[in-house]
Design a protein around this ligand. Structure first.
Ligand SMILES: [Zn+2]
Length: 226
């Protein structure tokens, strides 16, 4: 771990089978770029600056959000082939940062009953029985309830699978609420839904194997984002 301004970032983040080096603090050349974060796919490196323009130190919240932003770039590159435009990664980064810093999605935590998505509070019901076995999640934003099957075909869903379903479902709802529209791979709507699944399952895997749900969750560290 590197320590500067009380900010510690992981030195390596495994994304799929690729170990990414996290370079922090990275010194960007001010006359070349105003970036404070960069994803370098060909050398498997994420670069984060500790200072913004004029050399002013960047607050923890922005450093953390920047790290998540670059992780999304990397997950897009590894799992989806790098198809997301910068403004989309920006929107995803800001909204996912709120989601995972304010809700404890830690792997295996299937006891979440309420989830904050922006200004909305959703109630999770994860013991539902659907008559159609193809449906395992359902949400109704008019009543702010997310329904998830507790079992499929008589098999009880494992806590780990449940926690992944909760995260990916909530992330998908978040995209609806904030109009975060992933690109269409072709004219089939189903393809787009598959892309949401690939991206969010990939992000769930990344956040889990690197213990980053714990890292980003501010309930673990009262003063973390001060
Ligand atoms: Zn970016």
């Amino acid at each position: 771990m590197t320590l500067i301004n009380n900010i510690k970032l992981p030195e390596v983040i495994n994304i799929g089978a690729v170990p990414y080096k996290v370079s922090y603090p990275y010194i960007f050349e001010a006359n070349i770029t105003k970036d404070i974060g960069l994803h370098c796919p060909y050398i498997s490196e994420i670069r984060i600056s500790a200072v913004g323009e004029n050399g002013i130190p960047i607050c923890k919240q922005t450093v953390y959000e920047t790290l998540l932003h670059e992780i999304i770039h990397a997950a897009d590159y590894i799992y989806c082939g790098g198809i997301l435009e910068e403004d989309l990664v920006g929107k995803l980064g800001f909204s996912l940062f709120q989601l995972i810093s304010e809700n404890n999605f830690t792997h295996g935590n299937n006891r979440l009953k309420n989830i904050k998505v922006g200004a909305f509070n959703f109630t999770i019901k994860n013991d539902c029985i659907f008559t159609n076995n193809d449906i395992v999640t359902y949400w109704d934003s008019m009543v702010d309830t997310i329904s998830i099957a507790g079992s499929v075909d008589g098999y009880t869903i494992s806590p780990e699978f449940m926690s992944m379903m909760i995260f990916t479902t909530v992330a998908r709802i978040m995209c609806d609420l904030y109009k975060i529209d992933l690109p269409k791979l072709n004219e089939e709507m189903d393809e787009k839904e598959v892309l949401y699944k690939i991206l969010f399952n990939g992000l769930y895997n990344t956040l889990t194997v690197n213990n980053l749900f714990n890292f980003f969750y501010k309930g673990n560290y009262n003063e973390r984002y001060v």
